[in-house]
Design a protein around this ligand. Structure first.
Ligand code: GLY
Length: 316
């Protein structure tokens, strides 16, 4: 069995590349890295890699994580600047004995010493959004907008699994702010004997539930990936609303060691990309009904195309 699941329609082309590698019996790690790099390299996605939106000082600070579900190796970078593919740096760090998570200048130094590609990740388009938002912010206090982390779980024909994430985090975040994505158990978690999960949404809230670890733990107790995703999102959402009056955006994907998958969200606009030996490459639009049940419908080609058209349309 092989399979891959990812957050958001933006991962479609990446998953297509990744599953091509899985079908050819390549490792889950190579497939996941290829999938996430594809998203990082695409300039029109505003929340991952090149073209990601900057912090309040107009700097693009990127977070990424990689976990190997067989060795439990984990590597991550946080607030790294000027490197093309944070996921590749995170994966390399996962193989180190210690110093597996590096931040800021330390992460950049490691990437430079190890020959990773340098790149100015701030595009003219991202600068445009920054200037526009600066103006809006002087009129209304609403710094949070955008949360589309790419999170991937990958299962290969050797029954090995891995999980990873990559994000530019919150638009207009403080310099040095780090969300859930590079945090083990929050942004992603995987165990090849059970399955893996990855998250997207408001990092500050996702972290409060260690949500990816929680989903894997629930799968270990016997839940299907779908049951585990829904239970984890609904429980955290409920708790946050009860204790704090509101919950941030929480969306998750999971796949188990048999290639069965699940997803859940507390918002109206989530989407996932999935493909496995049993399931053709598909994009689903995901939301939640008033009883807390996950609703998912297959996205049609028009919606899939519109997603990219919206993001790459000429700037006003
Ligand atoms: N989930 C991405 C972030 O909050 O940074």
């Amino acid at each position: 069995m092989w399979g891959m699941i990812a957050t958001w329609r933006m991962a479609l082309e990446g998953v297509e590349k990744g599953v091509h590698l899985l079908r050819e019996q390549n490792s889950c790690g190579d497939a996941l890295e290829a999938a996430i790099k594809e998203v990082e390299d695409f300039p029109y996605y505003k929340s991952v890699g090149y073209g990601g939106l900057p912090n309040e000082e107009m700097e693009v600070e990127l977070d990424a994580a990689y976990m190997d579900g067989s060795t439990m190796d984990f590597g991550a970078v946080a607030a790294i600047r000027d490197f093309a593919n944070p996921i590749s740096v995170a994966r390399a760090l996962s193989k180190e004995k210690v110093n597996n998570m590096l931040v800021g200048e330390g992460a950049a130094k490691y990437a430079a010493v190890n020959g990773f590609e340098r790149k100015n990740m701030l595009t003219e388009r991202a600068k445009h959004y920054y200037k526009k938002r600066r103006k809006e912010l002087s009129e209304a206090e609403r710094p949070y907008d955008g949360h589309d982390t790419v999170g991937v779980v990958s299962l290969d024909t050797h029954q090995q699994m891995c999980a990873g994430t990559s994000t530019s985090g919150l638009f207009m975040k403080r310099r040095g702010r780090v969300g859930d994505s590079p945090i083990c158990g929050s942004g992603c978690y995987v165990d090849s004997e059970i399955g893996g999960a990855a998250a997207t949404g408001l990092g500050e809230d996702l972290m409060k539930g260690c949500i990816s670890y929680e989903i894997v733990r629930k799968m270990k107790e016997g839940m299907t990936p779908q049951q585990a995703c829904e239970a984890a999102v609904n429980k955290l959402d409920e708790r946050l609303r009860k204790q704090r009056g509101a919950a941030g955006d929480l969306s998750v994907v999971a796949m188990n060691a048999n290639g069965e998958w699940g997803c859940a969200t507390n918002i109206e606009t989530f989407s996932v990309v999935v493909c496995s030996e049993k399931q053709p490459l598909s994009v689903y639009r995901v939301s939640r009904d008033s009883d807390g049940n996950c609703k998912r419908e297959l996205a049609d080609q028009a919606w899939i195309d519109e997603y990219v058209a919206q993001r790459s349309k000429p700037l006003e």
